[in-house]
Design a binder for this molecule. Structure first.
Ligand code: SF4
Length: 302
């Protein structure tokens, strides 16, 4: 799906890309089935607000044949995930970017029911202060965000959560920023895309008074990034000794004699192995955690 109908006060996407538009269900399933037939093992479902997906169901289509008369005419994102997971050959499903406002109980359940869904969700929160979230017009509170994370972790223990943050939004006080730091600590985000706020012409936030000095914003950004990096290090260290299912994506960037793959929770793992394993899944024991990657050794191919 493309576009966005959320109109956060700082963002140009709804104006530049237009409102949310979803591809019909059959269309997506046909494309994924073709990819799977070509040997693709992992797909990423994409959209600015991918979990706002509402795909038209064409009941005469092969993938949806068998749906009864009284089944819905529209597929939500959870139903799309169910169908994609049933396509032979698809072993892993990722999606990005999701929006907390669209994180339905059905989507949370999908993480319990669909083993092909990976152990990672990118769920942008932007700020840990309700006051700032309100000014951003994000449409949820910190408590609601934490409730999604708690239920997600109940459904899928060990799932890793990454996020986007905007630091130094107009009017953000030290106390607001402290709330963001508290949230980073409480959720234990594994990684983040974080930026100092910069006004986008034509957006409502560009009109807001912004009195925070640039140096203060930069300090906040550095503090946030240091905290998230600390979480990432702890999570990486805790993975040492575990055996992870890795999709081998190619040769290692640093050492062409080695292979590189990704764990379900989106960590890069480098390890020795023959080229013929590229494109397959393997069980890999993690032997060391480095700042931006893991080292491993192949246990078995699966
Ligand atoms: S930040 Fe995301 S949800 Fe908000 S308007 Fe932009 S694209 Fe939409």
């Amino acid at each position: 799906m493309e576009g966005c109908s959320k109109y956060c006060s700082f963002c140009v996407v709804p104006y530049t890309r237009g409102e949310e538009v979803s591809r019909p269900l059959e269309d997506v399933l046909t494309e994924v089935a073709e990819l799977a037939a070509d040997g693709v093992r992992e797909v990423t479902l994409l959209g600015q607000n991918v979990n706002a997906y509402r795909g038209r169901i064409d009941k005469s289509g092969a993938a949806t044949r068998g749906l009864g008369e009284h089944e819905p005419q529209w597929a939500d994102f959870a139903l799309l995930l169910e169908y994609v997971a049933e396509i032979p050959g698809i072993e892993r499903i990722r999606y990005t970017t999701s929006h907390p406002r669209e994180f339905t109980p059905r989507l949370i359940e999908a993480h319990r029911e669909i083993p092909e869904l990976v152990d990672h969700v990118h769920l942008p929160v932007q700020s840990g202060s309700d006051r700032v979230l309100g000014a951003m017009k994000r449409g949820y509170t910190v408590l609601e965000y934490k409730s999604i994370v708690r239920r997600l972790r109940e459904a899928r223990p060990g799932i890793s959560i990454s996020s986007d943050f905007i630091v130094g939004f107009p009017g953000e006080t030290d106390a607001d920023f402290e709330r963001t730091m508290r949230l980073v600590d409480e959720v234990g985000f594994d990684s983040s895309f974080s930026f100092v706020y910069s006004p986008r012409p034509g957006t409502p936030a560009a009109e807001l008074e912004d009195t925070t000095p640039a140096a203060v914003k930069l300090e906040r950004l550095q503090a946030l990034q240091t905290a998230v990096a600390g979480n990432a290090r702890r999570i990486g260290d805790a993975m040492v000794g575990s055996v992870q299912r890795v999709l081998i994506e190619g040769r290692s960037k640093k050492d062409a004699a080695e292979l590189s793959g990704r764990t379900g929770n989106n960590r890069v793992v480098n390890f020795a192995g023959p080229q013929r394993l590229i494109g397959t899944m393997a069980e890999v024991r993690i032997v060391a955690a480095l700042p931006h990657s893991l080292r491993g050794e192949v246990v078995t191919r699966v």
